[in-house]
Design a protein around this ligand. Structure first.
Ligand SMILES: [Zn+2]
Length: 332
């Protein structure tokens, strides 16, 4: 594949199965050699951010003009079918190089960053975004690049800007406030679904976000818990397509995986579609829900308040009744 990097040091890291260093090196050389990427990260230097303190956690607002295309992307089937897929290797910019992972994924630098180092991990074939068959890939990836990065997944109907091409994203650990705050949030707001020495399976409603967490050193236990959740949740949502979820998978040698699954009811809040001055370009997906909410227009960033962010988040999550129902079913 033409897209794969020929860098010798990266090849050496890959042979050692050291994808954390391989990805880090890819970013460094791509930034030096690919102008679009360098420009994307230069705009990151000028992003503005402000932080809102909630009870036990914070949510930051980030003004990031570089995210205009992603935030406002049309992802309906007609628009998707009429555009060239920007994740297929033949459509990538010639300067863009990647690293093959497990003979299936390509690790690529994202030229429209939110994270200080931001990757897109694409399937090397054009196939729909879908988590149920690829959840173990998400776990493997998040373990193999865990020295520096965590991995996220946005469902095809709630945040993926290429719902037709399977991909994950990765970025610096501890950039999203939830990476640090998770245990405090869990202690304060979490309810046990199941817990023993090897697995911690929780439901958490922190007032603005409703999510499931799975923690374990044992991959099989994480997968089993996820499959159980997915099955009961899909049945409850009674949808033919994938239920709307966003995922953050965070791995640490000592503790193993921590998978957070946000349960969504809506792709975008009503203010996104407003046609008067109440309009706000905000389209929450995993990174936003992890505590870095992106606003590509400065006017929205200037206007946003803690109350508004809280309301926008609450609006795009399932309501309390659905959340409770999903837990009852999960315990059966
Ligand atoms: Zn594609």
């Amino acid at each position: 594949m033409k897209v794969l990097t020929e860098d010798l040091l990266i090849k050496k890291f890959v042979e050692e199965n050291n994808y954390s260093e391989a990805a880090k090196r890819l970013f460094e050389i791509q930034k030096a050699q690919w102008q679009m990427l360098a420009e994307g990260y230069a705009t990151l230097d000028s992003v503005k951010s402000k932080s809102f303190q909630f009870d036990g956690y914070k949510i930051k607002a980030q003004f990031n003009a570089g995210r205009m295309i992603s935030t406002s992307a049309k992802v309906d089937p007609k628009s998707i079918s009429e555009r060239k897929c920007f994740l297929c290797t033949e459509n990538l910019p010639v300067e863009q190089k990647g690293i093959l992972y497990n003979n299936k994924y390509i690790i690529l630098c994202n030229p429209f960053p939110i994270f200080p180092t931001h990757f897109t991990l694409t399937d090397n074939e054009h196939q729909p975004q879908r988590i149920i068959d690829t959840f173990t890939d998400l776990l493997d990836l998040s373990k193999d690049i865990s020295k520096y990065y965590s991995v996220i997944y946005n469902g095809p109907r709630c945040g993926a800007s290429a719902p037709d091409h399977l991909h994950f994203q990765a970025g610096n650990k501890f950039f999203m406030p939830i990476d640090d705050e998770f245990h405090q949030i869990k202690n304060e707001y979490g309810k046990v679904i199941y817990e023993d020495d090897d697995l911690s399976f929780y439901a958490i409603d922190d007032g603005v976000r409703k999510f499931i967490s799975i923690e374990s050193l044992d991959k099989k236990l994480v997968v089993n818990a996820f499959n159980k959740f997915y099955k009961t949740y899909s049945e409850l949502m009674n949808e033919e397509q994938e239920p709307m979820i966003n995922i953050i998978s965070f791995y640490e040698e000592e503790y193993g995986w921590r998978v957070i699954i946000f349960l969504r009811a809506k792709h975008r809040p009503a203010v996104f579609f407003a046609e008067d001055e109440s309009k706000m370009l905000v389209s929450p997906a995993a990174i936003d829900l992890g505590g870095v909410c992106v606003f590509p227009r400065e006017v929205d960033f200037n206007k946003i308040t803690k109350e508004m962010i809280g309301e926008i988040f609450k609006e795009v999550f399932v309501d309390e009744e659905l959340f409770k129902k999903s837990l009852v079913n999960l315990k059966n």
